[in-house]
Ligand binder design. Structure first.
Ligand code: SF4
Length: 236
């Protein structure tokens, strides 16, 4: 993990989240909208949205049809509009109009799970937080940081492996690596700065000109350890 983080630190120098927001509430809205949607698309949608509805109070009193129309390009707009209105209402009635600052309180808000809560804690409030999305899940499994498919278990596995002071930035850089290099279908292994550290069966050879590339045959780590052990015993 230390070597991976050092390499990703050199590769991904922009440590800021890619969603545009200037307040914790705006980041909460943008993160809810980012479910099943790209950050770029959300960033296109939020300026006209915040021109009409900006504060928790405004969202709590929003006209549902207008809100749905404004957020429609992000997909699942009916459910998201319902969550945003309910979330604005909950922030107004239960938290005095301020986005709460603890995991326990954040996950009580409509439309907010651990992933969204960690985005807010880490990026709006500067608290150490490991964000696990689909990219972090994929990279964590390929690099054997976690054997689980459950985002909560992966979050706890990464918390054990990453120094707490680096939880937010480290998980963000793993996310960027998954988004731009270690992509789902055809990982860009030829452009990967941590290729030497990866034993994943998904690792691929560089594509020949006009060719499709092929999966590398990688000796599993356990087999390699076993062979090294036997060699060491033979040497003794
Ligand atoms: S070598 Fe390929 S599979 Fe392994 S981390 Fe890099 S991009 Fe992902």
């Amino acid at each position: 993990m230390a070597e991976v983080l050092a390499a990703l630190d050199r590769r991904f120098r922009n440590r800021r989240i890619e969603l545009d927001a200037s307040t914790p509430w705006e980041l909460l809205v943008a993160t809810i909208l980012s479910a099943q949607c790209t950050d770029d698309r959300v960033n296109q949608v939020v300026p006209p949205l915040f021109a009409v509805y900006r504060t928790p109070a405004a969202f709590a009193a929003a006209d549902r049809a207008t809100l749905e129309r404004l957020i429609k390009p992000t997909g699942f707009f009916r459910a998201k509009a319902q969550h945003l209105i309910a979330c604005g209402h909950a922030v107004m009635t239960r938290f005095g109009g301020e986005v709460p600052k603890t995991m326990e309180e954040l996950v009580t808000l409509p439309g907010v799970g651990r992933k969204t809560a960690n985005v807010i804690l880490g990026n709006a409030f500067g608290r150490p937080a490991v964000v696990v999305d689909t990219h972090v899940t994929r990279v964590s499994r390929r690099l054997e940081f976690s054997a689980s498919t459950d985002p909560v278990r992966i979050e706890f596995d990464l918390q054990r492996l990453i120094p707490e002071s680096r939880w937010t930035v480290g998980s963000h850089q793993i996310l960027l690596h998954g988004r731009y290099v270690c992509v789902a279908r055809r990982p860009r292994c030829e452009d990967c700065t941590i290729s030497d550290l990866c034993d994943s069966p998904d690792k691929r050879l560089a594509s020949p000109p006009g060719g499709a590339g092929q999966a590398l045959v990688v000796m599993p780590r356990a087999v390699r350890r076993d062979r090294m052990k036997k060699t060491a015993e033979t040497d003794r």
